[in-house]
Design a protein around this ligand. Structure first.
Ligand SMILES: Cc1cc2nc3c(=O)[nH]c(=O)nc-3n(C[C@H](O)[C@H](O)[C@H](O)COP(=O)(O)OP(=O)(O)OC[C@H]3O[C@@H](n4cnc5c(N)ncnc54)[C@H](O)[C@@H]3O)c2cc1C
Length: 403
């Protein structure tokens, strides 16, 4: 049995950032991650410039800039035969003005390595199955190694749930399963080589029953990721029964969207399609059963704004800055609740508007009449794409209240 100041469940961008910050502040930290890294992940892989000052603070900026794809200076729209581009809002602070994309297999592994170098103890591939809290205030986590052949208990005063939102389980912070609906969104992602996408452009792509995006990531590859309604996915599978799910979704997109078709004409798929779902965008509790929650587990914007990685990193930064500032009093009665109140207020101030804007955009994108009206408006005023990127958070630096 081992005892730590903090236990972090999950080592995606949210968990690894929390572990890195706390370990650098001198806390003893355990991070439990069930997957073996490097691992691929469904994601568009774009990271906004708003996270780059935090990368400087975390000591990973040079590594990120050395490996990421080119700066993304334009936001675009591909819908039917329409192809539009407009300026990406420039991040007004710091040196780097534009975001870039980096594959998750490299990014997540680098962030976790930085946490380990700072002193965090990495339990990987281990899974947290149960969490409970004793009368002494210590949390106990039952963790299992691969194939459940090894098991142990980890104890910690602070537990941070950073397990994402796409898998269920028995932890109090896991999201309850919902009845399935035709409007549920399933997500797909693939890498392509030799695609004909302008390197500084990130187009939003619309197609019947879904939306997605493309961006140039490291090594000149293009990441294509998308969300598609359950009922549309079922129809795609029926229309292309001989194709795997990802290929059928791409056939559906290419048939409806000449911009995507043109970009992918010279391209070759690299690796396999990945899929996940249904995804559960929305806001959840950031402090539940005396467990702090960060990243997607705390709340998730529709991927149409491509802000989830930044929100994951920034939510951990908000929480850990507050935990570190109150380190000396965390054992006192009510201290955790005080941190939770400050974090909850910061979380809403930073992310609530972005989550609402993303839900509105996703609704417009997946309703045929609304999408048609939106596209004809954007054709007349493409600068609205810049405004949309603003509303999605592309130029909003994270703000800590200092409370
Ligand atoms: C189609 C699509 C496109 C997207 N495109 C973008 C984009 O371009 N830019 C962007 O910023 N965001 C994008 N996102 C969102 C982004 O992928 C997520 O918001 C981000 O991964 C959330 O990070 P996280 O650390 O909270 O969770 P995750 O990245 O999901 O990490 C959670 C980790 O916890 C581990 N875990 C889970 N349960 C346990 C357990 N019980 N014990 C131990 N480990 C556990 C998992 O293995 C995983 O590694 C996209 C999402 C989708 C669906």
């Amino acid at each position: 049995m081992s005892e730590y100041d903090a236990l972090v469940v999950g080592a995606g961008p949210a968990g690894a950032t929390a572990a890195l910050m706390l370990a650098r502040a001198g806390w003893s930290v355990a991070v439990v991650e069930k997957a073996v890294f490097p691992r691929r992940k469904v994601c568009g892989e774009f990271i906004s410039a708003t996270s780059l000052p935090l990368f400087e603070e975390l000591g990973i900026a040079n590594d990120f800039l050395a490996h990421a794809g080119p700066p993304v200076r334009e936001v675009g729209l591909y819908a039917g035969n329409t192809r539009l581009a407009a300026a990406m809002p420039r991040f007004p602070h710091g040196g780097e003005r534009y975001g870039r994309a980096l594959c998750r297999e490299r990014f997540d592994a680098a962030l976790l390595r930085a946490a380990a170098n700072a002193g965090a103890v990495i339990w990987q591939p281990w899974t947290v199955k149960r969490l409970s809290q004793g009368a002494n205030g210590l949390h106990a986590a039952s963790v299992y190694g691969e194939d459940r052949r090894q098991a142990t208990t980890l104890r910690a005063r602070v537990v941070i749930a950073a397990h994402g939102s796409w898998e269920g389980g028995d932890l109090p912070t896991h999201i309850a399963a919902c009845p399935s609906r035709g409007s549920d969104l399933f997500a797909f992602k693939a890498h392509f080589v030799h695609a004909a996408l302008p390197v500084s452009l990130m187009p939003l792509m619309l197609f019947p029953g879904g939306y997605g995006g493309m961006v140039t990531t490291d090594g000149g590859r293009v990441t294509l990721s998308c969300c598609i309604r359950r009922d549309t996915l079922t129809a795609c599978r029926l229309q292309w029964p001989h194709l795997k799910a990802g290929e059928a979704v791409l056939a559906h997109i290419r048939a409806a969207n000449s911009g995507v078709d043109a970009v992918l004409k010279p391209a070759t798929l690299e690796g396999r399609w990945l899929s996940v779902g249904p995804i559960r965008p929305g806001m959840r509790s950031v402090y539940s059963n005396r467990i702090f929650v960060v990243g997607n587990a705390a709340g998730e914007a529709h991927p149409i704004v491509a802000e989830g990685i930044s929100m994951a990193i920034q939510s951990s930064w908000l929480l850990c800055a507050s935990l570190i500032a109150h380190s000396h009093e965390l054992e006192l009665d009510g201290a955790m609740d005080k941190v939770a109140r400050a974090y909850s207020a910061d979380w809403r101030r930073n992310f609530a508007a972005r989550i609402h804007a993303a839900a509105l955009f996703a609704n417009l994108a997946t309703r045929p009449t609304a999408a048609k009206i939106a596209v004809s408006l954007l054709r007349r005023v493409p600068q609205l794409l810049t405004l949309g990127a603003h509303l999605g958070g592309k130029a909003q630096p994270p703000v800590l209240s200092g409370s």
